[in-house]
Design a protein around this ligand. Structure first.
Ligand SMILES: Cc1cc2nc3c(=O)[nH]c(=O)nc-3n(C[C@H](O)[C@H](O)[C@H](O)COP(=O)(O)OP(=O)(O)OC[C@H]3O[C@@H](n4cnc5c(N)ncnc54)[C@H](O)[C@@H]3O)c2cc1C
Ligand code: FES
Length: 283
């Protein structure tokens, strides 16, 4: 069992206030709060635990990826899909100083091998950890560790329908090549994001591609299958496992993972992850 991260320093745990909370797509909201300590320590792909203050229902916090970090304003943006109790209640909160409990930044973010073409594959609300990664990989921003610059970034985004396409203009403004697949064909290709991988790589015609994926587990598995079929391309997946503490204490988030020697162990998504090498994950 990996235990070293039990001693990991928690950068920040406190109560902050909601500065903005507005819809960006169907059942999808963008929330902003001030957290200078988080902004300065962030790595792309990390997340925060967020808990409604002044209530014990729900008792536990929920993990949410850091979507954007504004260094000048010292604010963090989260983009969330309403699926249950916390996100439903969150969507009703007014940005008039409503308190929120937040702890983070948490987990190990993206640390990708050098490549020419970064292909970010997102399903559902899986685009959220990719904005900061795109900023860093395009050399627009330096975070607390560094992913090497790439020549091109593509975002392959899969959603149920066009009403669920959130934040894509943000990526376009960075210069990311955005490609869309919807299950009902209402925008982009009719299908799923993983259908777009092979043609995206073919058209870019760059020597080295790396895949970074975030979304429901079947989508991650499908992306990994494509990575293998295209000559074992490097493939990293960010898991959305349910979590209770986010701090490495409760072990509610373990997955089976191979160490460097191939031995399988239980690792915590909240501390060793959420980003894992797809070739070492036990699917
Ligand atoms: C590292 C990480 C980053 C995440 N980033 C984001 C993000 O940026 N935006 C976002 O909208 N969501 C994100 N999620 C998922 C988010 O944590 C859940 O949607 C959230 O916990 C739901 O809370 P809730 O109280 O609204 O729903 P709950 O009442 O807890 O659950 C509602 C329903 O959703 C199911 N459910 C809850 N969590 C998950 C899950 N992780 N996977 C599958 N089913 C689940 C439950 O079984 C239940 O059926 C992330 C998860 C992880 C682990
Ligand atoms: S959520 Fe508690 S150990 Fe990962």
């Amino acid at each position: 069992m990996f235990c070293s991260t039990l001693e990991k320093k928690i950068i920040w745990h406190g109560t902050t206030e909601i500065l903005a909370n507005f819809p960006v797509a169907e059942r999808t909201y963008r929330l902003r709060f001030r957290a200078p300590e988080l902004v300065s320590a962030l790595q792309p792909g990390q997340f925060v635990m967020l808990r409604l203050a002044n209530t014990n229902d729900p008792l536990l916090g929920r993990p949410l990826a850091v979507y954007r970090a504004d260094a000048a304003e010292e604010t963090i943006d989260i983009v969330y899909l309403v699926v249950g109790k916390t996100t439903e209640r969150l969507s009703a909160l007014l940005p008039s100083g409503t308190p929120l409990q937040v702890w983070g930044p948490l987990g190990a973010g993206f640390q990708l091998p050098p490549a020419d073409h970064l292909i970010m594959i997102a399903g559902g609300i899986g685009q959220t950890p990719f904005y900061t990664l795109a900023e860093e990989s395009l050399g627009l921003r330096v975070f607390s560790h560094k992913n090497a610059a790439v020549k091109k970034i593509s975002l392959l985004f899969g959603a149920k329908n066009k009403n669920r396409l959130a934040c894509l203009d943000d990526f376009r403004q960075l210069g990311v090549d955005v490609r869309i697949a919807t299950e009902d064909g209402s925008e982009g290709e009719c299908g799923v994001a993983t259908d777009l991988i092979a043609s995206t790589i073919r058209e870019a015609n760059l020597p080295k591609s790396v895949l970074a994926c975030c979304g429901p587990r079947p989508m991650l598995r499908a992306a990994f299958d494509v990575a293998q079929s295209l000559g074992n391309l490097p493939c990293y997946v960010s898991l959305e496992s349910p979590m209770a503490c986010g701090l490495g204490i409760c072990f509610s988030c373990v997955v089976k993972y191979r160490d460097e020697n191939g031995a399988i162990d239980d690792v915590r998504t909240c501390t060793e992850g959420p980003v894992f090498d797809a070739y070492r994950l036990v699917w």
